[in-house]
Design a protein around this ligand. Sequence first.
Ligand code: TRP
Ligand code: SF4
Length: 400
Amino acid sequence: MYETRVLSGMRPTGSLHLGHYHGVLKNWVRLQAEYTCLFFAADWHALTTDYENPGELQKNTWDMVIDWPAAGVDPGQSIMFIQSQVIEHAELHLLLSMMTPLGWLERVPTYKDQQEKLADRDLATYGFLGYPLLQSADILIYRARYVPVGEDQVPHVEFTRELARRFNHLYGREPGYEEKAKAAVKKMGTKKARLLNELRTKFLQEGDAQALSKAQALLDEQQNLPRGDRERLYGWLEGGGKKILVEPEVLLTEAPKLPGLDGQKMSKSYGNTISLREDPESVAKKIRTMPTDPARVKRSDPGNPEKCPVWELHKVYSGEERKKWVWQGCTTAGIGCLECKQPVIEAIQAELAPMRERAQAYVDDPTLVKNIVADGCDKAKRLAAETMRDVREAMGLSYT
Ligand code: TRP
Ligand code: SF4
């Protein structure tokens, strides 16, 4: 019904590392070529678990956001912004809270999981219970069709879908809906109106999904039809009411294949990361001192790549030929571990060099990234305002 939008957010964790790059950012860069993408720093979400320590929040946000364009997220293609600077999210969160059953929130699996995991924090707050609701507002306010996230976020997107359905069900049925829908069809002209009716019948009576897509495409073309009418008709096609909010879908991000320096998942809290702005000496040193297959004590001991985290890096950075060279050399003690690590060091240096350079430009002149974000906030606000106008109207709050 609208241009296909993709939305994702990241809690501000400070500057990013290679795990973020291979797990998330590369995916964002790929998506931005195909869709209208919105990416934002979820600083309010950070406060839901860390409300006692707001001290580092801003610095962490800027450090993180600098790394997005540095890693190739293109401000000309994607909208980058900060959640708290688009306060419309808060209004939608509030309005959705009116119709959100408490039980739904209590049953989101992350609620109890996180409380157990983060037992040292006070998570007995409304803000923490409302975490998924705030996330729903983030998504629904842009009528995002796709939400690229990892496995752990799937319940939140599922929750968002249910909420959108509930909202449309509650507020999409205005008085005289059927009559208004029929009048809207007439405005399309006899021929198109007949076609639309036929396609709708095909879908509703025979479940023909292709007919539905054709009908939706037909509506997409009706730029002259007033917005309210088009919204009504999108819902009417599927036999329901007005579709004010769009049900989003997860675009599952695969778990990053890139391990940390110790073979565990790369994560700041494990201290096993290579940051996107790591200087070349430090990259070389970190890889050189990485543990390898513990069975290779002496240079003459053959090893097993499957037991070595360096092999996992080769899987990401090396082609078939080099992987063969590693496998051969390792299992026959034909190469030493330092020799084996050298091409990985070089590949990571080559990957990081342009990112580090771009990030440095933003560090040297912070107004560059501030401008990108200010522009992103403006654009996001404009899109958010459109949805809020419809939401206020549907909930009886448009006083003008
Ligand atoms: N909860 C997400 C995370 O921790 C961050 C987030 C907030 C988000 N709002 C969002 C992700 C909206 C996608 C869409 O990773
Ligand atoms: Fe690991 Fe390479 Fe050493 Fe084998 S040769 S143990 S794969 S670093």
